[in-house]
Design a protein around this ligand. Structure first.
Ligand code: G4P
Length: 530
């Protein structure tokens, strides 16, 4: 009894130390550089440059995604764990490619917070906006980092307006820059008012030197730059743009930091905010809406599935976010949907395709289960007390293509590959039970199609012929509405293998029109409710 109590307290204490988050940004805003600098500040790498070197090694070791190499992009989600100030930080990397994909939804489902990185010269770009919508749908608290302040850029005040106007999130600057973009001296930390002055180190390869300067000295030494920064901070005080923990946790305001990932300016403040402001792992609600206590027996859900990461082993890794209890490698869990036992002998923490065996994990952590071909996205694993977590919310696909095997002699391989890639959630596969036998692929990002075609050829030996399908929008519908929709020109109802019915529209205007004319019909932009 006393042993159990001690162990429950230990699980709660470990969960409280966890910070699990994802970085969202437009490509090139500096996500990779910032990730690397986090590792530098956490002491996990001695010198910046290691992440890129590691990424290089990864490519050298494994060619399972030749596409990654060809396009210089990263398709796999990675889970990076490091300790900082006695906290365990789990950084879930959203796919870094030039295109948005459904993986992003799933990774964000496993995160407890997000950091939005904006390039100070560019502000909010289309991709940031879309990613932010997903954060909002998940009510994730968001920290904001205005990056690249070492270069000429826009007036940061105008960026505050843009954040508020475009994404409806109230920015509350915690630090404010002294100096203009391109002549960045340091920041005022609004929590204590002094100047934190930075000095560059060679190529930003070691942590930036910081000097705390009081207001009188700052005024004497930084002159106009200091006075202008103080004026803006007064203005921010007047409009009430104060750090507010409750509205941050509710996803209504965003604590904002200014810096330069390249020179390391402001990186420490941001990482401190991850441990001081971002929430620890919280009890997660199950499908009935009741929270599963953190110290309840083990439970977790699969948020990503990836096959053939290591071509030498043809394996299948399922990434599980731990929701409650202690995970110990080797324990036997129950696979929620089938009630069958699931052995966790092969568990790993995975960074790209490099893995280290993981022995113990706590709520907030992500575990890669190797040889987990029976596990699918959204499924629950548990120990002792049964629980089922709700499915991961996904949104209506926006891109569609019909697909056929190029060589009909290889249709067996084609269908095997199609089924596997559908299971992994690489694309959605839609079929018309009464019509064209060629399935329609649906995605939220064009790269999903490329990955599909590439893997089908590479791993299953079946070349696919993809043709754009004449649809521009989709909504989830039900059987009753589908009967009406079948009579509307320009609309087609197709089904997914899990039974979900999707209505596809030949133009966004058609969809708008149908929604206006028939508000009583079931047309849901959320394809899978979370
Ligand atoms: P991403 O992962 O969000 O796509 O961005 P990444 O970190 O790869 O950064 C994109 C480019 O922006 C890189 O330059 C990087 O060095 C630069 N960068 C990142 N943060 C800062 C910053 O704070 N200030 C400045 N001035 N530049 C920054 P690159 O030339 O594309 O690559 P590299 O040759 O430097 O590796």
């Amino acid at each position: 009894m006393s042993l159990a109590v001690t162990s429950e307290a230990a699980v709660s204490a470990e969960a409280a130390r966890r910070r699990t988050f994802a970085i969202i940004s437009h490509p090139d805003a500096g996500k990779t550089t910032l990730t690397e600098k986090f590792l530098l500040y956490a002491g996990a790498v001695a010198e910046a440059g290691a992440v890129k070197a590691r990424a290089g090694r990864r490519h050298a070791r494994s060619d399972w995604m030749a596409l990654e190499q060809e396009r210089g992009i990263s398709i796999t989600s990675t889970v990076l764990q490091f300790t900082y100030r006695d906290h365990v930080v789990n950084l879930l990397d959203t796919p870094g490619h030039r295109d948005f994909s459904e993986d992003t939804y799933r990774v964000l489902a496993a995160a407890d917070a997000a950091i939005m990185v904006l390039d100070v010269a560019k502000g909010i770009e289309a991709q940031t906006l879309k990613l932010f919508e997903v954060c909002r749908a998940r009510a994730l608290p968001v920290l904001t980092f205005l990056n690249k302040y070492d270069r000429p850029g826009r007036d940061p005040l105008s960026l505050l307006d843009e954040i508020e106007a475009q994404i409806g999130l109230r920015p509350t600057p915690v630090t404010w820059p002294v100096g203009v973009p391109g002549d960045f001296r340091g920041v005022i930390d609004r929590r204590h008012g002094g100047l934190v002055r930075y000095r560059r180190t060679a190529r930003g390869s070691t942590t930036a030197l910081e000097e705390l300067v009081d207001a009188a000295q700052a005024a004497a030494e930084e002159g106009d730059a200091w006075r202008r920064a103080l004026e803006t901070v007064d203005l921010l005080d007047e409009v009430g743009a104060e750090l507010d923990l409750d509205s941050f946790l509710a996803g209504e305001s965003t604590p904002l930091f200014v810096g330069s990932a390249l020179t390391n300016f402001g990186v420490r403040h941001l990482l401190d905010a991850v441990v001081e402001l971002a929430p620890a792992a919280q009890p997660r609600r199950d499908a009935t809406g009741s929270p599963r206590a953190l110290d309840a027996p083990f439970s977790g859900f699969v948020f990503k599935v990836q096959a053939n990461m290591d071509p030498a082993h043809r394996d299948h890794v399922a990434f599980v976010r731990v929701c409650s209890g202690r995970f110990v490698r080797g324990m036997t869990l129950v696979h929620g949907p089938t009630g069958r036992p699931f052995s966790t002998k092969y568990a790993a923490s995975v960074f790209g395709s490099e893995r280290e065996t993981i022995d113990v994990a706590y709520p907030g952590d992500a575990v890669g289960l190797v040889n987990a071909s029976g596990l699918q996205i959204g499924e629950t694993l548990y120990e002792a007390e049964p629980v089922a977590f709700p499915p991961i919310a996904t949104f209506a696909p926006e891109l569609f293509a019909s697909v056929r095997p190029r060589d009909t002699g290889r249709h067996k391989q084609f269908h095997r590959g199609l089924a596997q890639l559908e299971r992994e959630g690489v694309v959605q596969v839609l079929r018309d039970p009464d019509g064209d036998p060629a399935p329609v692929l649906a995605a939220v990002g064009a790269l999903q199609f490329e990955v599909f075609a590439h893997r089908l050829a590479d791993e299953f030996g079946a070349e696919a012929e993809l043709r754009p399908a004449p649809f521009k929008a989709a909504r989830r519908t039900d059987r009753q509405t589908s009967e009406h929709l079948r009579r509307v020109p320009g609309v087609k109802v197709l089904s997914r293998s899990d039974g979900v019915l999707l209505a596809l529209f030949d133009s966004p205007y058609r969809l708008q029109r149908v929604e206006q004319d028939h508000p009583e019909w079931c047309l849901d932009p959320v394809v899978q409710a979370g």
